[in-house]
Design a protein around this ligand. Structure first.
Ligand SMILES: NC(=O)c1ccc[n+]([C@@H]2O[C@H](COP(=O)([O-])OP(=O)(O)OC[C@H]3O[C@@H](n4cnc5c(N)ncnc54)[C@H](OP(=O)(O)O)[C@@H]3O)[C@@H](O)[C@H]2O)c1
Length: 352
């Protein structure tokens, strides 16, 4: 019989997974740590005095055995385009709730497509319980509440100063995809960096480009708004023409493979504790209506990896305490402000 504080945390020895382990333990939770390398998962488990197990996601039998012991799995092993489906299949078989840290739009599409399977299995499947999309999903909900007649939503994520190796790898895979926005409730393909705009996240206007963030998909489920555009602030000056052809340049699988191997060799694991302590995150949100009404808000919070660890652990605690809605779900409709309210130093400012 699973205890109320136990769950499976897969990807525990990754940069972000380890931060989540620390937060979960701080909340009094007792995860069983998991990953595909026995030595690496054992090392983290030893540090925290936690149980552990090792298995590969290609091993469906091992997945079934391990998932049948717990009510919930938190998947921290990304890119999630490779890890979501084996977990989704196994969670359906074992009746286990599923959370992950994905910000990949394709994972959200795949999850929503299986909504009925998840309902039939009586499980909740919620990708994106990290900074991305918990904070942006909360803001989307917030501006829709302030302007219920809104039919257009814009979200812009401020520059992230230092990214982990895993995030860089995930972004690389996504750069190989075309851009996406939502129009009249449907996803519409656009070029990469389709639109460019400057947003002031607090340090003067920063050039930002449209990007197929997961919110293009998920914010429709959270708010019902049918026209959605997402932007990201550029980390450095890149010519617009180059951005527009990135996905074509990166289309060949062999090139993606070469770049991924370079990243694995050269990119550091992630921001160090001092960078995390000093870093900040910002998201701008705007909702508008055909009647010419508009609301704008900006959110400032801690550095994204710190935020991710805090909100992911809070989401786990929420599910273990019974905050569960069967099917594919987005964070805000399920948790309300509960995940955001656990973040220290988080503020939402009404601009208009
Ligand atoms: N939503 C958010 O705001 C947010 C925040 C932080 C991170 N993330 C995402 O979380 C993911 C992990 O980031 P990270 O910084 O922790 O990266 P990382 O340090 O590279 O860790 C990735 C972990 O996933 C495991 N993994 C990857 N592919 C796997 C597979 N096919 N089967 C089994 N295990 C696999 C790795 O194990 P091996 O070493 O054995 O390959 C490792 O434990 C990335 O996709 C990142 O974008 C999202």
């Amino acid at each position: 019989m699973a205890q109320q504080d136990s769950f499976l945390l897969y990807g525990a020895y990754g940069y972000t997974g380890r931060l989540v382990v620390e937060q979960a333990v701080g909340l009094g939770l007792k995860p069983t740590l998991a990953g595909r390398s026995r030595a690496r998962v054992e090392a983290v488990a030893g540090e925290f005095g936690l149980p552990f197990t090792d298995f590969d996601l290609a091993d469906a039998r091992a997945l079934d055995v391990e998932l049948s012991k717990v009510p919930l799995v938190l998947n921290c092993a990304g890119p999630f385009c490779h890890t979501f489906t084996p977990f989704a299949d196994a969670c359906i078989r074992s009746g286990t709730h599923y959370l992950d840290l994905s910000g990949e739009i394709d994972v959200f599409r795949r999850a929503a497509a299986r909504h009925c399977d998840f309902i039939n299995a009586d499980i909740m499947v919620m990708p994106g319980v990290g900074f991305d999309i918990v904070a942006s999903d909360y803001l989307a909900c917030y501006v829709k509440t302030r302007l219920p007649s809104a039919n257009r939503l814009l979200l812009a994520v401020g520059r992230v100063e230092a990214v982990s190796r895993g995030t860089a790898t995930t972004v690389l895979y996504q750069l190989g995809q075309p851009g996406l926005v939502r129009k009249n409730g449907k996803l519409a393909e656009v070029s990469t960096a389709w639109k460019q705009r400057r947003f002031d996240f607090g340090n003067g206007p920063e050039l930002s480009i449209t990007a197929p963030l997961a919110d293009v998909f998920s914010a429709y489920y959270t708010t019902g708004i049918g026209d959605i555009e997402c932007y990201v602030a550029l980390p450095c000056a890149v010519p617009a023409w180059l951005l527009k052809i990135t996905h074509r340049i990166l289309r060949p699988q062999w090139l993606l493979g070469v770049l991924r191997r370079q990243l694995q060799k050269q990119h550091r694991a992630g921001p160090d504790p001092a960078e995390r302590a000093a870093g900040r995150s910002s998201i701008f949100a705007e909702a508008s209506s055909d009647e010419g009404q508009r609301v704008q808000v900006i959110m400032h919070g801690p550095e994204p990896y710190t935020t991710t660890a805090v909100v992911a652990a809070a989401a786990v605690r929420g599910v273990l305490q019974g905050k569960v809605k069967p099917g594919f779900q987005t964070p805000s409709p399920t948790f309300g402000a509960a995940l955001i309210s656990v973040i220290d130093d988080f503020e939402v400012i009404d601009l208009e």
